[in-house]
Design a protein around this ligand. Structure first.
Ligand code: ARG
Length: 572
């Protein structure tokens, strides 16, 4: 069944002839005040097209528009203001949510299409810090959103597991490495070695040269070098997987940068073939002056490959392995130039699919004014943040709901939910100043607030079932739904009606925060509704209708949270 906005847009476009349903939909808006209707169409843009005054167009449309979900239509100051038949609207919408349940808002616009999402992609031998959380959370939400809209998605963790930094780590390990400390502290010990390398290299520049040589040995397949490198990878991946388990994030592939070692020749030979590769003081690069960009280094003097080279190799590989319709890369905007450069190189290589490569950039994370630097050891470890959030939640549960079943799992869901939601509460491109206080806040516009509204809905439904037995919503008739025409109920219904639009918008803008903000709005209006309308003590018809609405809210809040990667417990 279609949403009322679609039904009305269809009718308007048939009245207007020269304008499509989609165009009308884009023009339509939800008025801020109820006395301006439930839906409106500003006629100013149409005025140019038809060479008529906006008010004249509005009046004509108002006269002709009709239908069983429309109560009345007014033309005011160039707007068509549409007032909906509340009880019809409520009945249709609530029934639709209940019927479609888990599928409400789902679409199959992506059917047959594949999207490769490259996200999270932390660097080996460095602790997983909160800047990588952003890529993980945004990428994972995009994965869920695209999947919900019918796309086939491939989740790739392009681990930073190759590069000169491993040469540094090998040097540090051979000089100061201590097996016992590594066994005890894992990746933290690797970080210490890395930090120490940089401290010492300031006094002793020969260390840098040794590091370069070790990396050259790695690239040449030297067994001793590779064995050390593999240990670093194993220790790191074990830690990453622990964090992904806490976050509830999974990947289809962990093919990191090293995976492309044997796929680099193709890049070099194709670039040569197209005469794009230029020798410069022993190194090879692609000039991009014509596109107002600095050159992209492809091979260093010593023949070793770079971040660019591996990204180009990965894209060629992914295109043939997955034949994607779109490939998405989620990193902070500090990498804008990097992606612009190599996307351009793919274009110059003659691949028309260069236009299907998409960099989804997000803002940087700083720590109360300071940047985060792995080299100085000045980082906030994500695992620490998650553990604190979980512990805090556990303490709250012990205090408020000590008999709750599965306390640890609920504490994980809510604690982690708070952190994920905090990350998604603003547009992705905004910079974030990390604050422990905000991340661990459960009041106001937070994940736990929405989770709590969801649990409250579950709670009411459970109580109703205990008291009155199973409720058969399907048999509810128009008389019952007439009980849902008060302002608070209508507000909830209108928000439910916008769910699928929001999901689609979030996809088009690659902006999961559209959904997280939507869930806050819905939770707020649900709380208003709950506050104003007694449910369990209302007379039967009214009670049933209100319960139906509660169930609809529960479904949509749960789905909204799920789409941004958050689990909604039934009780908390
Ligand atoms: N490892 C990189 C970093 O931590 C992110 C990799 C993003 N993906 C890619 N294909 N370049 O900054």
């Amino acid at each position: 069944m279609e949403m009322y906005k679609t039904i009305i847009a269809k009718q308007l476009s048939s009245l207007l002839e020269q304008v499509t349903e989609e165009e009308i939909k884009a023009l339509m808006a939800y008025p801020q005040h109820a006395d301006m209707g439930d839906l409106c169409l500003p006629c100013f843009k149409l005025s140019k097209l038809y060479r008529k005054a906006p008010q004249q167009i509005a009046e004509q449309l108002a006269e002709q528009l009709s239908g069983d979900i429309i109560e009345r239509v007014e033309a005011v100051a160039g707007y068509v203001n549409i007032y909906l038949e509340k009880s019809k609207l409520v009945q249709q919408l609530v029934q639709q949510v209940l019927n479609e349940a888990d599928k409400f808002g789902a679409r199959n616009i992506g059917q047959g299409k594949t999207i490769v999402i490259d996200f999270s992609s932390p660097n080996i031998a460095k602790p997983f810090h909160i800047a990588h959380l952003r890529s993980t959370v945004i990428g994972h939400a995009l994965y869920r959103i695209f999947t919900f809209l019918g796309y086939n998605c491939v989740r790739i963790n392009h681990l930073g597991d190759w590069g000169t930094q491993f040469g540094k780590l090998i040097v540090a390990y051979r000089l100061w490495g201590n097996e016992q400390r590594i066994a005890e502290h894992g990746i933290d010990e690797l970080l210490q070695l890395y930090v120490k390398f940089h401290e010492q290299a300031e006094h002793d520049p020969s260390l840098e040269e040794q590091a370069r040589q070790w990396f050259v040995r790695m690239e040449a397949g030297d067994e001793e070098a590779l064995q050390l490198w593999r240990r670093f990878v194993d220790i790191s991946v074990a830690e990453f997987k622990r964090i992904y388990a806490l976050l509830g994030v999974e990947f289809d592939s962990y093919a990191g940068e090293s995976f492309y070692n044997d796929k680099m020749e193709r890049v070099v030979s194709e670039l040569k073939h197209k005469q794009l590769l230029v020798e410069d003081d022993g190194a090879s690069l692609v000039r991009l002056d014509d596109y107002q960009m600095p050159p992209a280094l492809i091979l260093k003097k010593d023949g070793s490959s770079l971040y660019h080279t591996r990204d180009i190799a990965a894209a060629l590989y992914r295109k043939s392995a997955y034949s994607f319709d779109k490939a998405i890369y989620v990193t902070d905007y500090a990498q804008n130039l990097h992606f612009q450069q190599w996307f351009k190189i793919i274009e110059l290589l003659g691949y028309e699919w260069h236009k299907d490569l998409l960099h989804v950039a997000f803002g940087r994370v700083s720590l109360e004014g300071m940047g985060l630097s792995t080299r100085k050891g000045n980082i906030i470890r994500l695992e620490e943040v998650l553990k604190q959030a979980i512990a805090k939640t556990k303490a709250i549960i012990e205090e408020r709901n000590p008999t709750l079943a599965d306390k640890d799992e609920v504490a994980r869901q809510v604690g982690v939910g708070a952190i994920i939601f905090n990350d998604l509460s603003a547009s992705r491109i905004k910079d974030i100043v990390f604050s422990w206080e905000d991340a661990l806040s459960f009041e106001g516009e937070t994940g736990p607030y929405v989770q709590y509204a969801h649990a409250r809905a579950c709670n009411v439904l459970r109580k109703a079932e205990q008291k009155f037995g199973e409720i058969e919503f399907k048999s509810l008739g128009a008389e019952a739904f007439a009980a849902l025409t008060d302002e608070a109920s209508i507000q909830v219904v209108k928000q439910l009606a916008q769910f699928s639009e929001k999901v689609e918008l979030a996809m088009n803008k690659l902006e999961p925060s559209i959904i997280s903000r939507y869930t806050v709005d819905l939770a707020q209006s649900f709380n208003q509704f709950y506050h104003h309308n007694p449910i369990l003590n209302a007379e039967e018809n009214v009670r049933q209708a209100r319960l139906a609405l509660v169930q609809a809210v529960q479904i949509v809040l749960g789905k909204g949270l799920e789409l941004v990667g958050i689990t909604a417990p039934k009780e908390m």
